[in-house]
Design a protein around this ligand. Structure first.
Ligand code: HEM
Length: 443
């Protein structure tokens, strides 16, 4: 029986929050690719470990798995694409894909440049510049501009309220107390979700009429090959989920890159040279052809996967890697462990972007050796957009600043929901061309 040999009850959740990688390694050593684990929540739970088992669960050959996100983020990201299953998921994905074509990407990218430039004007040289805190603010403001059309639809005060409501929804995903009690995270998120629904609902007719290139406008008119479009409620639900899916993950990638580039000035100089060769408003094609930056970003997503685990629920008895998984099991697919397995990667703890170079291709050691964007029918729909956004932000930061972190500094990570540096990632930030200093105060 799966739960019998589980690590002590609540042990799994606490051990995960302490250090997910240590927990995954221990379970893999003790149990192999399917490990029972006691995680907070109803019913038995198992970690799916190693590339073979992760691949099998993600590809879901016998349709035994459905998404398991509802209990974790469901109330606030209700009916987002990742929370749908079966034919309904397939149909919504088909329509949503039309919002992420190469042509649309070019439109979003053109809007990204001025927005990033304007955000970076607030960055100033400092000995302890909290890079993560500022990146988070930057990507949130980018989402408001690129996704919602920004100041076209609302004044800055209203947009601030919307941003706060959105942050409240995201924070509830990691709440320990998962019921609303006046003033707690769950309560704030419940109000936040209502604010977002009201805001987007009120602006939807204008977004439809505007026919603009921002994601909100685009979602009101995209259709699949049969001409099926989203209803108003679906547009709102997808917008709220997309804001969440895009924000934390891209922030994590860029912040991890700032950390490792701060520790490795040789790599920082290499990628700065690539960024410097770009014009101020590079196209999607130009941003896609930056081999050093590409390797750095992949390496950062390997070392700190923005989504270390994806959640599934077993709906009929099945087998993974020869191990029985009964219906009702909550399955956590741990792609982060695969990123550190010594049988797949040379010196997996080391920052070594060239492992992705054509002559080494360590990521091809197994189809699921490197899987920060998941796999199967739920594979990330925003992968291309996120790559362009991360490259745009990093290229602009590299052109304006150089930075470093102390030799033995490693950021203390929070793993309550998606991983982030609890100390805001302080870096010593200097302009590439000296223009004076100042002490930053993020809002
Ligand atoms: C570094 C950045 C990102 C990472 C690492 C990431 C990772 C992931 C992962 C692992 C999944 C699969 C979840 C599952 O299988 O249950 C996923 C799904 C998804 N992501 Fe991303 N994501 C990123 C950025 C984005 C962005 C920028 C967007 C949108 C603009 C986005 C939109 C989505 C959507 C819509 C899904 C659901 C796909 C489906 O269920 O069919 N993601 N993402």
């Amino acid at each position: 029986m799966l739960v019998k040999s589980a690590v002590p009850v609540i042990g799994g959740s606490l051990a995960y929050m302490h250090d997910p990688l240590i927990l995954m390694r221990q379970l893999y050593q003790r149990h192999g690719p399917v490990a029972p684990v006691a995680m907070a929540g109803p019913g038995p739970a198992a970690f799916i470990l190693g590339p073979e088992a992760c691949g099998a669960a993600l590809q879901n050959g016998d349709k035994a798995f459905v998404n398991g996100w509802e209990a974790l983020v469901g109330p606030f990201f209700h009916r987002g694409l990742m929370l749908l299953d079966g034919p309904e998921h397939k149909q919504h994905r088909r329509i949503l894909q039309q919002a992420f074509t190469r042509e649309r990407l070019a439109g979003y990218t053109a809007a990204l440049h001025p927005a990033v430039m304007s955000e970076l004007r607030g960055w100033q040289a400092a000995e302890r510049f909290p890079a993560y805190t500022w990146l988070k603010r930057l990507t949130l403001n980018l989402a408001t501009q690129i996704f919602m059309g920004g100041h076209r639809i609302a004044d800055p005060l209203e947009l601030d309220r919307v941003n706060r409501a959105f942050v409240d929804c995201v924070q509830a995903a990691g709440a320990i107390l998962r019921v609303a009690v006046a003033g707690n995270k769950w309560h704030r998120a419940t109000r936040g979700r209502a604010t977002l629904e009201r805001f987007l609902g009120a602006h939807l007719p204008a977004a439809r009429a505007a026919g603009g290139d921002d994601l909100f406008s685009v979602l009101t008119r995209v259709e699949d090959e049969d001409g099926t479009r989203f209803g108003d409620a679906d547009v709102v639900n997808h917008m709220i989920f997309l804001l969440m899916a895009a924000h934390e993950t891209t922030t994590s990638t860029v912040s991890t890159a700032m950390y490792y580039l701060g520790r490795h000035p040789d790599w920082q100089d290499r990628v700065r040279a690539e960024a410097a060769a770009l014009g101020p408003t590079p196209t999607v094609e130009q941003l896609s052809a930056l081999p050093d930056l590409d390797m750095v970003i992949k390496e950062c997503q390997r070392l700190v996967a923005p989504v270390p685990v994806v959640a599934r629920r077993v709906v009929k008895d099945t087998e993974v890697a020869g191990r029985h998984l009964p219906a009702g099991t909550r399955a956590f697919v741990c792609q982060q462990l695969s990123h550190y397995l010594p049988e797949l990667w040379t010196s997996p703890e080391a920052f070594d972007p060239e492992r992705f170079a054509p002559q080494r291709c360590e990521d091809r050691s197994h189809r699921f050796a490197w899987a920060p964007f998941g796999g199967g029918v739920h594979k990330c729909l925003g992968m291309a957009f996120s790559n362009i956004e991360a490259r745009t932000v990093l290229a602009q930061v590299l052109r304006r600043f150089r930075w470093s972190v102390p030799t033995h500094y490693a950021p203390p990570m929070s793993n309550v929901s998606l991983p982030y540096p609890r100390d805001g990632l302080p870096v010593a930030l200097r302009p590439t061309a000296p223009t004076g200093g100042g002490r930053p105060t993020p809002a």
